[in-house]
Design a protein around this ligand. Structure first.
Ligand code: UDP
Length: 321
């Protein structure tokens, strides 16, 4: 088996590439390097610079490397940007996926693993979100991820593919400092940025119907995200008959913004009191995964806690700043 990893140079992709390579899987990366970097790919893993928007790039890498499975991670992932530029998000995320599926089918690839997101659920009104909680995305990013799941399921039925869609909850941390997140668009790096600039971290709203009034999320270490991909790849490698799975990747534990900021203050040694800012439009009060199905199906479970996420993210931040 050789797995093509699209977006393998990005934050999540490079963690997946490292763990798959360490697990002995043969992998090749396709990345346009728009946000990823070539020097984060492990030695010995081929990197092809190209785009999922270019069918010829996909055909060439699938044929040239004898690809037998595709792990499609390449995507745009910023919610606010998706609201401002929906056409860009639909093109990158859905035209990109359509090309990947067309090239896979044409190239005889029958196994597809897809990066989805908790954003497909929108603002779920349940304590623990299961995979059968109704999907109702509230922004173009979440829409593209949900339509992507539908497209994969339809293609799987029509062409006999085996597929796994993994719905990531709130990803944080780094397996090694040089693998950390380059972006500053989520709570942990945004708080680091404020502290680095000598400002108080912001809490977007403290009047939610949650125990401390701040939003609750299910944070998951990127190394755990990567190990879930390794488990899913093994399951797909072993599947003699087509399989179709859609699975949450979370820890099943809710942590509030105020709680996260307290951990960030302790670990960074910056005991600056956070400042309350207005609610951010579209933020649900609580989104916490049920992680039971993935445990049942893949035997996977998260191993890292919040301290491990924040301390590894802080080490990565310090390396870069
Ligand atoms: N958040 C915050 N201050 C920040 C950044 C984020 O209070 O500086 C909150 C945000 O409103 C949300 C939670 O932290 O309730 C997680 O936000 P993030 O953007 O990391 O992920 P999301 O859950 O929106 O995908």
């Amino acid at each position: 088996m050789t797995w093509l990893i699209t977006g393998g140079a990005g934050y999540i992709g490079r963690h997946v590439v490292h763990q798959l390579a360490e697990a002995g899987e043969r992998v090749v990366v396709l990345d346009d390097l728009s946000s990823g970097s070539a020097d984060r790919i492990p030695a010995g893993v081929p990197l092809v610079q190209g785009s999922t928007l270019d069918r010829a790039d996909l055909d060439a890498v699938i044929k040239g490397h004898g690809v037998t499975g595709v792990l499609h991670i390449a995507a745009k992932k910023q919610v606010a940007e998706s609201v401002a530029e929906p056409l860009l998000y639909y093109r990158e995320n859905l035209t990109g996926l359509q090309n990947v599926l067309e090239a896979a089918v044409a190239g005889g690839v029958r196994k597809v693993l897809y990066s989805s997101s908790a954003a497909v659920y929108g603002t779920p009104d349940v304590d623990l979100v299961t995979e059968s909680t109704p999907c109702a995305p509230i922004n173009p990013y979440g829409e593209t991820k949900l339509v992507g799941e539908w497209l994969i399921q339809a293609a799987a039925k029509a062409y006999g593919l085996s597929t796994v869609a993994l719905r990531y909850f709130n990803v944080a941390g780094a397996a090694a400092p040089e693998l950390g997140d380059d972006g500053v668009s989520n709570l942990v790096p945004m708080a680091f940025q404020r502290l680095t600039d000598g400002q108080a971290p912001l809490i977007f709203g403290d009047d939610y119907a949650t125990p401390d009034g701040t939003c609750v999320r299910d944070y998951i270490h990127v190394a755990d995200i990567a190990s879930a991909h390794v488990a899913a790849v093994r399951r797909l490698n072993a599947a003699a008959e087509p399989i179709s799975l859609t699975l949450n990747i979370g820890r099943g534990e809710g942590v509030s913004v105020a709680e996260m900021l307290a951990v960030i203050a302790r670990i960074s040694g910056n005991p600056v009191a956070p400042q309350v800012a207005p609610r951010r439009p579209g933020d649900p009060a609580r989104v916490v995964a049920s992680a039971e199905l993935i445990h049942r199906e893949l035997g996977w479970k998260a191993e890292h806690d919040i301290d491990s996420m924040v301390s590894s993210a802080w080490a990565a931040w310090q390396l870069r700043h």
